[in-house]
Each structure stands twice: as structure tokens, then as C-alpha cells.
Design a protein. Sequence first.
Length: 100
Amino acid sequence: MTAAETQLWRMLRDRRLDGLKFRRQAPIGRYVADFLCEEKKLIVELDGAPHDRPDQKAHDDARDDWLRVEGYLVLRMSNDLVIGGGDMPLDLIRSALRGR
């Protein structure tokens, strides 16, 4: 796991976020989600600089489209936000969950 993934996992594991169960590196079809809350069908993806490349962005968009068709909500956030954003990553996840 990257430093950002390790940090976010510490916040999510053991039902620390509102009692919700998250799994890390969860397979879904031919993809692997960084973090998955199956109960809410929420996927949290952490993205570093390589995800800014046009070819990677196109791949991510196609992947997210497929996951949405399967009923998942995909929330993407930058590694930098997780590492330096305090509670903001958890606030964004809670906000996404409220929209479900």
C-alpha cells in the first residue's frame, strides 16, 4: 500500500467510520477497488500523479463507468488530500454516503 492508502486504511478499518465495514484491495469483476464498502456500494479510489496522464485517465474513466453500471458509486481523491487533509477525506466519504 502507498502511504496515503495506509493512512486512509487506519481511518476506515475495524468499522471506525460510522460502523461501516470497508475492505481494501477488493476485487470487483476484472477490477480491484482500493477500498470498498459493500453495504453502501461505495468505492474509494486514491490517485497519485500517474492518474493525471491522459492514457491513465481514459482507463480510469472507463473503469468508473463500468463500476457505475454495476451499481457502485466511485469516489476518487488524491493521495495528497489524504496525507495532508486532516478529516477532509472522511468528510468526503460521509458526504458521498449521504447521497446514496
